[in-house]
Write a protein that binds this ligand. Structure first.
Ligand SMILES: Nc1nc(=O)c2c([nH]1)NC[C@@H]1CN(c3ccc(C(=O)N[C@@H](CCC(=O)O)C(=O)O)cc3)C=[N+]21
Length: 284
């Protein structure tokens, strides 16, 4: 029997409904500052959807579009400005940045309480300690998707393929927090297929088109495809969906899987950041 398709579009729409409701309860609409440097076409598409959904949820769109040749000091000043602006609840610096800019340095400038991407050192530390904080959107979206699909994580064998700061590492930590037994695989893993076949829940986040095939999947496993690649044949993920669907119990499609959940979690983080800001104001 072919795998159940996990519908990320529907899950994201549901989550956005809840977020709109939460936004309406806040004393003031949160503001999301998306910062786009240059004109990378894929980045432009993602940022456009983030902005549209932000407005649809009742939040303020405080977008900044900056030229590709902006200097590091100038971009740092923009981040400082957004940190200081009380109308700005969340800041998202769209990656990748042009080559002459040091992303780590600029991310480090973002106020951790406005870090809706969950990428600052403080956010990473809070996640590692299990302390309250803003979690990276894609892995948080994957957990929400698994919960909605009724996938049990407690005691499950979870295998994450990929160890990026944006997805793989925080994904492993969130799964661990949910009491899964977590294995992290990467480009130097000796026998990837064997390691992956342990998985009850397999997360493909290595960034290589269709690298996960049916040989990597235990029959009945849940397969989450975080990859997104634009090829001549159209969009595809890190999973060879057609063949893996013959083996897996459930699988996320690309598009319509993890991507929409990433954006919904960004909105959710912006609401969380608004609550942090309220608490800070109440304290003074
Ligand atoms: N600071 C930062 N934070 C990010 O979260 C971030 C980033 N930089 N840089 C790039 C990646 C990629 N990313 C996606 C978000 C939504 C979809 C998405 O909605 N995808 C739709 C399809 C959209 C399409 O046609 O491409 C889907 O999968 O159904 C995909 C990819 C966020 N990223």
């Amino acid at each position: 029997m072919p795998a159940t398709i996990i519908d990320g579009k529907a899950a994201a729409a549901e989550l956005r409904q809840r977020i709109s409701h939460d936004v309406a309860q806040l004393p003031e609409p949160p503001g999301l500052a998306t910062v786009l440097v240059g004109d990378d076409p894929a980045s432009a598409v993602y940022v456009a959807s983030k902005r549209r959904q932000c407005v649809q949820a009742g939040m303020r769109d405080l977008h900044r579009h900056l030229p590709a040749d902006i200097g590091a000091a100038e971009l740092a000043a923009v981040v400082d400005d957004l940190n200081a602006d009380p109308a700005v609840t969340g800041i998202l610096l769209q990656l990748p940045l042009p080559r002459h800019l040091d992303a780590a340095n600029l991310i480090a400038r973002i106020d951790p309480d406005k870090d809706v991407d969950g990428l600052t050192i403080a956010s990473v530390g809070r996640l590692a300690l299990g302390a309250p904080g803003l979690r990276p959107c894609t892995p948080a979206g994957v957990i929400a998707l698994l919960d909605r699909a009724g996938v049990r994580l407690e005691g499950a064998e979870a295998v994450v393929v990929g160890r990026s700061h944006l997805v793989g590492k925080p994904m492993a930590q969130l799964l661990l927090e949910r009491n899964a037994t977590v294995t992290v695989c990467h480009s130097r893993t000796r026998d990837l297929a064997t390691a992956c076949r342990r998985a009850d829940v397999l997360i493909a986040a290595a960034g290589l088109p269709r690298m996960i095939g049916p040989d990597h999947v235990k029959p009945g496993a849940t397969v989450i495809d975080v990859g997104i690649h634009r090829t001549d044949a159209g969009l595809c993920g890190d999973v060879d969906t057609a063949t893996v669907a013959e083996v897996a119990g459930a699988i996320t499609p690309v598009p319509g899987g993890v991507g929409p959940m990433t954006i919904a979690m960004l909105l959710s983080n912006t609401v969380t950041a608004a609550r942090f800001a309220d608490r800070k104001n109440a304290a003074v």
